[in-house]
Design a protein around this ligand. Structure first.
Ligand SMILES: [Zn+2]
Length: 374
C-alpha cells in the first residue's frame, strides 16, 4: 500500500520511518482540535494554543510509533525484519517482511503493539495524576490527560477482533492454534474485519441521519476496513496456493523463436496470427537478440513487411522483465501484473529457457481452489 511513497525522516533501531503525505492531514486535524479545546476551555491565546496542540499531537504520534515498534521489534526476535514503519492518515503501519510462521509468533507480534499502547497509557496516566497533585498548569494537565485517553483508544481500537486490526491477528492466532488450519483462521479474522467495517458504516449512516458529518468519515473508514479485511484473505489464499511453487514449475519451454532475418510478413503470418502472444524472442543462430512485438510491427508500413527483417525491430528485454526459474511463482505473478505483460521470459544465466504466462498462473490458482486446497 505504501511502496515507495512517503517522506523518509530517519531510522530508529535500524528501521526507516516514513511519513505518508496524508499523515500531515491527520497531524493538522489533531493539532487543530486540541488547539480549539485550549482556546475554548482553557482560555489560551490562539498562537500558543496551536503550539501546545502541536506538541501534544506529536507526542501522540510518538506513542503510535512506539506501538509499531512493539510489533517490529517482537518480529525481529523471530528473525523477521521490518521494511519500514509508515505513519499515514489513519495511523501507523509496520511493514513486516514475512508472515509469522507459527500461531505463537503471530500472537506475540500482534499483541506487542497494543501492549506498548497500554504501557504508554499507564505512563501518561501516572504523569497526569502527578501533575494534578503537584498543581501543574491546567494546559499541561489537559495535554497529559489527552495523551492518556489517546493511548487507551489506540490499544482498545486495535484489539477489535478482525483484520486489519491487531485483534484480528490475535483472533487468527487462536483459531490457527486450535484448528491448525492457517486458511480457516485467516477467513475467520477476515470475516471479523469485514463485519466490523460494515458496523462502522451502519453507525456512520446513523450519525449522518442525525446530522453529524463525522458519520461520513465513519462510512469511508468502514468501507476501507472492509476492503482491507477482504484483501488480507486474498493474500493468504494466494500465499497457500503458491507455497513452494517456482517459476520453473509453471513456465512453458521456448517454442516460438523468430530468426533474426525473417521478414515481418512471415512473422505476422506464422507467429502473430497463430500464437496468443504480443512478443516473440528473436535469435541469431543461438544468440538471443531480444524480442519483437506485434505493436512495433503494426507501426511499419505494410508495403515494407516483405523487405524488413525482424532484427530491425528488436528491443532488448528489460532487466526487470526477466525471471529466473528459481523465482517464486507468486512473486513472478506480482511482477507480471505490475508490468502489465501477458508473459515474461525466463532466463537461466544468459540462456532463455522458457516463458511464464499470466494465464498459466491463474489456471494454477483456479485448479488449487477446485481441488479444495485453498
Ligand atoms: Zn498494531
Amino acid at each position: 500500500m505504501f511502496r515507495n511513497s512517503g517522506i523518509p525522516i530517519g531510522r530508529l533501531f535500524g528501521i526507516p520511518i516514513t511519513l505518508h503525505p496524508t499523515w500531515f492531514i491527520m497531524l493538522f486535524l489533531v493539532t487543530y482540535s486540541l488547539a480549539s479545546y485550549y482556546v475554548a476551555e482553557l482560555g489560551v491565546a490562539a498562537g500558543l494554543s496551536f503550539f501546545l496542540g502541536l506538541i501534544v499531537a506529536l507526542l501522540a504520534f510518538a506513542s503510535l510509533l512506539a506501538h509499531e515498534y512493539g510489533h517490529a521489534l517482537t518480529a525481529r526476535m523471530y528473525g523477521i525484519g521490518t521494511e519500514r514503519i509508515t505513519l499515514f492518515l489513519l495511523g501507523g503501519v509496520a511493514q513486516i517482511k514475512e508472515e509469522p510462521r507459527t500461531p505463537g509468533q503471530e500472537f506475540l507480534v500482534a499483541i506487542a503493539g497494543p501492549a506498548v499502547s497500554l504501557m504508554c497509557f499507564a505512563f501518561f496516566g501516572i504523569l497526569a495524576i502527578l501533575a494534578a497533585m503537584a498543581g501543574a498548569p491546567a494546559s499541561m494537565q489537559f495535554g497529559l490527560q489527552a495523551l492518556t485517553s489517546i493511548n487507551f483508544v489506540f490499544a482498545a481500537f486495535n484489539m477489535l477482533p478482525g483484520f486489519p486490526m491487531d485483534g484480528g491477528r490475535v483472533l487468527r492466532a487462536f483459531v490457527w492454534w486450535a484448528s491448525g488450519d492457517y486458511l480457516k483462521s485467516t477467513r475467520t479474522a477476515s470475516l471479523g474485519g469485514q463485519m466490523l467495517g460494515m458496523m462502522l458504516v451502519v453507525l456512520g449512516v446513523y450519525l449522518l441521519f442525525y446530522g453529524s458529518f463525522q458519520g461520513l468519515m465513519l462510512i469511508l473508514l468502514g468501507f476501507f476496513l472492509n476492503w482491507l479485511a477482504r484483501m488480507s484473505l486474498q493474500g493468504a489464499v494466494h500465499k497457500v496456493a503458491f507455497e513452494s511453487v517456482k517459476v520453473r514449475d509453471l513456465m512453458r519451454p521456448v517454442q516460438f523463436v523468430v530468426p533474426a532475418d525473417m521478414p515481418l510478413s512471415q512473422v505476422v503470418r506464422d507467429y502473430v496470427y497463430r500464437v496468443h502472444a504480443d512478443r516473440f524472442p528473436v535469435v541469431s543462430g543461438s544468440t538471443l537478440l531480444g524480442y519483437i512485438s506485434a505493436d512495433d510491427i503494426a507501426e511499419v508500413d505494410r508495403s515494407q513487411w516483405d523487405w524488413t527483417p525482424a532484427e530491425r525491430l528488436v528491443r532488448p528485454y528489460g532487466r526487470r522483465e526477466i525471471l529466473s526459474p528459481t523465482d517464486d511463482a507468486w512473486a513472478a505473478f506480482m511482477k507480471v501484473n505490475q508490468l502489465g505483460r501477458p508473459n515474461l521470459p525466463v532466463f537461466s544465466g544468459r540462456q532463455l529457457i522458457g516463458f511464464l504466462f499470466a494465464n498459466d498462473i491463474m489456471n494454477h490458482l483456479n485448479n488449487q481452489s477446485r481441488f479444495g486446497k485453498v
